[in-house]
Design a binder for this molecule. Sequence first.
Ligand code: 5GP
Length: 122
Amino acid sequence: MRYTYDDQNIFAKILRGEIPNDTVLETEHSLAFNDIQPQAPLHVLVIPKGPYVCYDHFAQTASDAEIADYTRAIGEVCKLKGVENGGFRMISNAGENGVQEVPHLHVHILGGRPLGRMLEKP
Ligand code: 5GP
């Protein structure tokens, strides 16, 4: 699968500083910020700074350093937000079936309330 990255997406604009964000954590290769329309008391988005469309794209083409940094950044956000109290959910939507709105890889970290079952039955 070949992915084409659109550098006009909203998270690319956040990374370039063209749009403000409520930063939770910044590392060498990753940025975490609060979702603008939170769906739970805790709703943080974690993105890599590199131009990756989705997790598949990232896992196939990012460097080991970027992958390690991103994974550790997600762990650090979980620690900062105390998700061990009550648990949490991570979601990364991709493409049409995943109903991905912003075509720059992001993991949603959700928590702070019971989140219900993962998927509704069709
Ligand atoms: P997706 O549906 O692509 O998985 O999720 C995109 C997420 O990005 C949504 O939860 C939406 O609320 C969030 N979002 C969209 N635009 C902005 C923005 O400008 N700033 C922030 N912080 N979040 C945004």
